[in-house]
Write a protein that binds this ligand. Structure first.
Ligand SMILES: Cc1ncc(COP(=O)(O)O)c(C=O)c1O
Length: 343
């Protein structure tokens, strides 16, 4: 049997060898929970990267990172404005309702990725302006955006600045689901610090993803108002997310930050996505900016690709999603581009 050419999900990509090394090096006596010397380094490392003071905590899933951060921004009687196809709405099994104690998700934008699942100040205003300012209606407390978006689109620094200004004017907090933050940062370019700042803009909190990008089981909750960190610590414990061997999670994150591995891995994944895109530009449903491709393909065409051992998910009746990763082999990406072109 030929080996599968994996384009199913970056969630399934292998763990980077440097992270195995880092976890092996962490495999020695230290304090439990987040009292170890590696967890203690996180605040300073992220502060250096973003060039503004922040606190950073590890968690094991992106869902927990999003919901623990949002929990500090939104009260139970408030709402979080997000795109109707945002991961927090469609792929977190109701976790926001659970972690935010019933706070409402207020859904914005069109279905089927109309605008690549990106939010704009105008779109948000159209949703929240009609909300009456009285106790009978849920008031928005925060906006959640996804960088890169659920359709692989990135927010530019100008778009982030506009959203930040809008949020400030409306006294809303801004959270970023950065499950693919690295891919967005790599697309925007520059040094690691420049890319991280450009991709994050003026957000209050960021769920900085590592798992899709060569990590095993560690994401960072980054809080640009470090005063909120203690609240997240209590919430993390109460939610059953305080791991007693936290040093192995911290080790993964620190190894990703070391020598900007996070950015190099994402740049590799993005380059592989561009290789595929070169073969199917006329079929793309969204511009390819990060590491996901949404491609118009009939059921028969998908079958033909699967017969050639390409693994991917169907995306609705007439399209498919392909995801590249830090370890996608260039020859597999080129082969996929050629196979689609030949259909
Ligand atoms: C946009 C987005 N946000 C968050 C997540 C995190 O999900 P999980 O809780 O499975 O780690 C994912 C993973 O698929 C994602 O694609």
């Amino acid at each position: 049997m030929t080996a599968l050419k994996p384009f199913l999900s970056d969630n399934a990509a292998a763990v980077h060898p440097k992270l195995w090394e880092a976890m092996r090096a962490a495999d020695q006596p230290d304090h439990p929970y987040d009292g170890d010397r590696l967890s203690a380094e996180l605040d300073a490392r992220f502060t250096a990267l973003f060039g503004r003071e922040c606190a950073a905590l590890w968690v094991a899933t992106g869902t927990a990172a999003n919901c623990l951060a949002l929990g500090t921004l939104v009260q139970p009687h408030g709402g979080v404005v997000c795109h109707r196809e945002a991961h927090i709405e469609v792929d977190e099994g109701g976790a926001p309702g659970f972690f935010l104690h019933g706070a409402k998700l207020m859904l914005c934008g069109q279905e089927h990725g109309g605008e690549g699942a990106k939010l704009t100040p105008e779109g948000i205003a159209a949703l929240i302006d009609p909300v009456r300012n009285d106790v009978h209606q849920v008031q928005p407390h925060a906006i959640a955006i996804t960088q890169a978006s659920e359709y692989g689109r990135t927010y530019t620094p100008a778009e982030l600045a506009a959203l930040g200004a809008f949020a400030k004017e409306r006294r809303l907090c801004l959270h970023m689901d950065g499950a693919r933050f690295a891919n967005a940062a790599a697309f925007l370019g520059g040094s690691a610090a420049e890319a991280a700042r450009a991709a994050s803009g003026p957000v209050h909190s960021l769920a900085f993803g590592f798992i899709k990008n060569g990590g095993m089981g560690a994401e960072a909750v980054v809080l640009f108002d470090p005063e909120r960190a203690m609240e997240v610590r209590y919430r993390r414990k109460r939610a059953g997310h305080l791991q007693c061997k936290g040093r192995y999670l911290a080790a993964q994150i620190l190894a990703m930050l070391e020598d900007d591995l996070w950015l190099a891995n994402a740049a590799h994944a993005n380059a592989a996505a561009r290789e595929v895109a070169a073969g199917c530009a006329d079929r793309l449903l969204h511009p390819v900016e990060a590491n996901e491709l949404f491609v118009r393909l009939t059921p028969g065409e998908r079958e033909a690709l699967r017969a050639q051992d390409f693994a991917f998910y169907d995306w609705g009746a007439d399209s498919a999603r392909f995801v590249t990763a830090w370890n996608t082999r260039p020859e597999d990406a080129q082969a996929l581009g050629r196979a689609i072109a030949a259909l």
